[in-house]
Design a protein around this ligand. Sequence first.
Ligand code: ADP
Ligand code: MG
Length: 776
Amino acid sequence: MLALKNIKKSYTTGSFTQVALNGINLNFRENEFVAILGPSGSGKTTCLNVIGGLDRYDSGDLVINGKSTKSFKDVDWDAYRNNSIGFIFQSYNLITHLNIIDNVEMGMTLSGVSAGAKRKKAMEVLERVGLKEHMHKKPNQLSGGQMQRVAIARALANDPDIILADEPTGALDSTTSKQIMDLIKEIAKDKLVIMVTHNPEIARTYADRIIEFKDGEVVSDSRPLPDVEISPNYKLKKTKMSFFTALKLSANNIRTKKGRTFLTAFASSIGIIGIALILSLSNGFDKKIAEYESETLSNFPIMISQSAAEIDADMLKERQSAMMGATDEDAYPDEKVVYPTEPIIEKITHTNILTDEYMEHIENIDPELVSGISYTRMLKINLLKKQDDKATIINADSMSFTSYPKSLGGDNTRYLELNYDVLAGSYPKGMNDVVLIVDNKNQIDKTILQNFGLEYESDSIPFEDIIGYEFRAILNNDFYKANDSFFMINGDPTNLIDLYNNENAIPLKVVGILRPKEHIKIPLLPEGFAYSDELAEFIIKDAANSEIVLKQKDSEFNVLTGAPFDESDLDFNGVSSKEAVLSVLGANDTPYMISIYPASFSAKDDILTYLDKYNEGKSETDKVVYTDLAGKVTELSGGIMDAITIVLIAFSSISLVVSLIMVGIITYISVLERTREIGVLRSLGARKKDITRVFNAETFIIGLCSGVMGIVIARLLIFPINSIIKRMTTLPNVAQLNPVHAAALVLLSLALTVLGGTIPAKIAARKDPVEALRAE
Ligand code: ADP
Ligand code: MG
């Protein structure tokens, strides 16, 4: 069944070539106990290794069951070793970190025998060698004889046809030797056993056939077998180690060196900890900023102004980077020239034409999205106050007398209710209601009070003195009277009591005192009196047909002064243009500026989308651009955060590279330590791939440990970090580890450590099994 045909094998070390086998011709019977005798160095072990497929012959042929092995590939040899051969070594070669039963099962594990069948068979062979009760012990808890019995059990477990034993009793005392030899003799009853020994007595006592070796040649054979033709009858089951087996094997191995594994995993986890902390901090700060922004910036309006100075995005970016110390490439040129450019204003100005269509578009915004819309107009309402039976003009500017934002869809004071507390009285209800707005210290500019005729004596005024206070708005036709070419006030400016009392006068009553709510960091209505947009609309409607407006429309001079307009003399209030005078008089129902207050920070995006919809398909001049101040602020803060995060992660990544190298070294050391195990596994039929798998499994475990450890440590560190941040900034729970980031980092750690172990694992796989077995 087994034939060696002119087998030659030599080893070359340096320039010296040692012939180990010099043309061996041997035929073996299917069932015999063969002893190979010979002096040390005569080639016995080499011959056994060649027969077992552990070593390759240089020339000749090894014929198994009539099949030549000349064309065998690695996998064929692996399968052959696993299926047909059982090795017994002088030094037992048990895997020390596996218990007895696992050692015995290893060969079957490699050939994919099911767990149940494996256990049954292992128990059976252990019983046969008399070690059943020791099956859960580790090899180092057994005596030499017992260890050799385990090795025999392992060799028998896969039911091989051939048992190869290399000086199996070489390390044992004579009594134990006898027991082992009896056992082998017993096995030889139905197998081919080839045993190497240098003890002629053992050979004579036990063997059926004695072959003597000398200098790599057969010098005698007590029972030679002539050549017999056997028809090829050969089929072998391929071996394969599952990743789970590799994991189990490595987990067992790692358990024997817990301390080192822990330290390795911990060192590797430092990079992960760093990145996890940075991510949680930036994540947390992003969240806090978003929260802060939605709190403070949500009451920032989106502004649409008739002559919108569009904030040029590129210019803004340039300013920002300049603020942060970055310089433009073409800044500070060396050329001794000056570059004329387009005027900046022209580049960034866009005139918004607020058509009726656009105004309607605004009014049709989903009422849920906005807390209020305010229209800024140049309209100057004619106001009179009454003091001691005398009425005089209130000189209110646009700051001390403004309209509060109106709400869409019925609930008219939503904006005020969301942003202002009522200190006294109530929110305004109708056109005749005005409110006094004070700052967060209940303060109000005293000149405003004086202007509006509110008298007071001490340094504070009780609420009840203000609530119910009344002044009046006078319509244009009553307020102005024509005087030749221009108009003047209808009455004696020092006492306009008749005007005050006229039937068209609109009484305005202070119904409430409002103060910004505590969470409103930046109140947007100026301190002073606020009226409803309804009042403005009413007055504008009336003004449209007032004499003074009609006259102004027809005249090319200012009807308030009688002076001609001088277009070159535009002052800041613009009142020297005809358009401006008309606006002031209320002839113009298009507001100068529209401010839209989003109901929430998130509603803002929907509003912007809605506003953008208007511009779709419009020509550049017809487009209406808006200014989203809050958006500009958000953009800036987000960008800075991202930049900082990237830089910090880059730093932490260095420690990941360090741990990559470290894991490589540790794995390499492990490969050196487990060399013998590699040899044993190979002798049991493990493929090179399986060996790679064993070490990949080891790094997999380390990577998983370090990843999980890193995340756990980072999570724990977040507690003190948060308490420090809280003490410094009063912000609670800033650092927050995103579970997705955590999972990604564990995967990263796994990937990197496995990568680090790749080269050592490949080195392990390439190890020559014979040399590996000889390793100390
Ligand atoms: P034996 O088992 O009979 O003592 P071996 O088969 O181990 O002898 O060795 C046969 C010869 O081959 C010896 O001279 C030994 O030095 C040589 N030899 C065996 N293995 C190697 C090797 N890996 N490299 C170099 N020489 C070797
Ligand atoms: Mg030897």
